[in-house]
Design a protein around this ligand. Structure first.
Ligand code: GLU
Length: 480
């Protein structure tokens, strides 16, 4: 499955480009930081931009393919960020997304600089064989230009790409660098059997869930919004059932939230009583649509779904879906940006005035890159997480349980026994690392928001990122 259901925050209605939009947000936030102008300019700039044109034989013809890799920041290495396949790919978009990766990594304390890649193709127009040829050629161009490697730049899936493409990239890299022992660390988001890590597929959606849950578990925030503490019973609408939206919806559903609305290309569905996310997916597989799922009201115009009654709205599909045209009608008190750029700046302002909390994409969808970091660590250490200590922990737990039972004269029941004895396996450790990251970063952003008199979470998230990257540049000094 492709990594995100997101696309470019197209800026057609605005008079500045996507990259300029990111720069505007940066400038707004930088006034809350202490860095000199030169440092701020260096943080903002894209360090290396690679524009490629390469030929690929497709059927009888030779096609010249346009592609990019942008390394936004080298303050930490390797650089990190996905590769997207889309007809909307252009240099400005890749630059914007690369810079967002720098800030995203800084916010969740992932020690990488930001990067992004893109190939301007519609993957639906090619056979798997042709896609493999394009991907392998792109990867070999990156090798030739020194734009890929476990210590240089590590791509990952993004819109239109997934584990399959990452596997082709890893294989191309390993073939061109024989004997490089850390070769598998040249790309993340690989299948488990090719050095991937358990939990990477659902990581972005799970991160969205952990982030929003933390908002709901924060007393002051809930009081401000007039909502009860906790995720249980909260009414949620999710837009987009791609990798991010589906997994986010699944984790909300599994943990007691009520999925009242879902929106997809074909329309939306709404039910106050709640919708079983698993059954909707089955229904969609069988009928090709979420519409007419038993017990729901169909919403013809998909976008209208966002305006229905709910506590939490998760736009996890397209860019700019909440804008000046519909923001005033959004009823959700918490808007969690699963996609990149689902809110226009106008919408941001309107929702802010309405008193809603907008949880920004730069923080909320950082679960993917966080777990990519874990995959990279796994590749460099050449051992599955939990392999060395799982059994040891289980033996220790058993000993503790026996001692407690001996001292108290009481016996734990079977469920308690299973839970207490269980030693952590790879998925447990990845989930735990991601949960801790999302909780910790939320409070870092919140502390900045409260201590510097900033009114919105997006600006606070930018300040959080600028502070960290700025300190890094200051400490590194200027060479020579
Ligand atoms: N493409 C994802 C993102 O935009 C993941 C990047 C990565 O894992 O490096 O965050």
């Amino acid at each position: 499955m492709a990594e995100t259901a997101t696309s470019t925050p197209g800026t057609k209605a605005q008079h500045y480009s996507f990259f300029q939009g990111v720069e505007r947000n940066f400038d707004k936030a930088s006034s809350f930081t202490r860095f000199e102008k030169g440092i701020l300019e260096q943080i903002k700039a894209c360090n290396s931009i690679l524009q490629l044109k390469f030929p690929v034989r497709i059927g009888e013809k030779i096609e010249v393919i346009e592609a990019y890799r942008v390394q936004h920041s080298h303050h930490k290495l390797p650089c990190k960020g996905g590769i997207r396949y889309s007809m909307d790919v252009n240099q400005d978009e890749v630059m914007a997304l690369a810079s967002l990766m720098t800030y995203k990594c800084a916010i969740v304390n992932v020690p990488f600089g930001g990067a992004k890649g893109g190939i301007k193709i519609n993957p639906k127009n090619y056979t798997p064989f042709e896609l493999e040829k394009i991907t392998r050629r792109y990867a070999s161009e990156l090798v030739k230009k020194n734009f890929i490697g476990p210590g240089i730049d590590v791509p990952a899936p993004d819109y239109g790409t997934g584990a399959r493409e990452m596997s082709w990239i890893a294989d191309t890299y390993a073939s061109l660098k024989p004997g490089e022992v850390d070769a598998l660390g040249c790309v993340t988001g690989k299948p488990i059997t090719q050095g991937g890590v358990r939990g990477r597929t659902e990581a972005t959606g799970l991160g969205v869930y952990y982030g929003v849950r933390e908002v709901c578990n924060t007393k002051e925030d809930m009081k401000k919004l007039g909502l009860e503490l906790g995720i249980e019973g909260k009414k949620v609408i999710v837009q987009g059932l791609g990798n991010v939206g589906f997994h986010a919806a699944k984790f909300f559903f599994d943990n007691g939230a009520i999925i009242v609305g879902l929106a997809e290309y074909e329309g939306g569905i709404y039910s106050e009583k709640g919708i079983d996310i698993y059954k909707v997916v089955e229904h969609r597989k069988a009928t090709g649509s979420i519409l007419d799922f038993p017990g729901v009201t169909n919403i013809k115009n998909s976008a209208d779904t966002l305006e229905q009654e709910c506590d939490i709205l998760i736009p996890a599909a397209l860019e700019n879906v909440i804008n000046a045209g519909n923001a005033a009608r959004i009823k959700a008190k918490i808007i969690g940006e699963g996609a990149n750029g689902p809110l226009t700046p106008d919408a941001d302002e309107i929702l802010h005035k309405k008193g809603a909390i907008v949880v920004p994409d730069m923080y909320l969808n950082a679960g993917g890159v966080t777990v990519s970091y874990f995959e990279w660590l796994k590749n460099l250490s050449h051992v599955r997480f939990g392999r060395m200590d799982k059994r040891f922990s289980e033996n220790q737990n058993s000993l503790i349980l026996q001692t407690v039972e001996g001292l108290t004269g009481k016996r734990a029941n079977d469920t308690e026994r299973t839970m207490i004895l269980h030693g952590p396996d790879e998925a447990d450790l990845v989930y735990s690392g991601l949960e801790d990251t999302m909780i910790g970063s939320y409070h870092e952003i919140r502390d900045i928001l409260n201590s510097r008199d900033i009114s919105d979470m997006r600006t606070a998230a930018f300040v959080c990122a600028i502070d960290k990257v700025g300190v890094s540049y200051e400490e590194l000094g200027i060479f020579p």
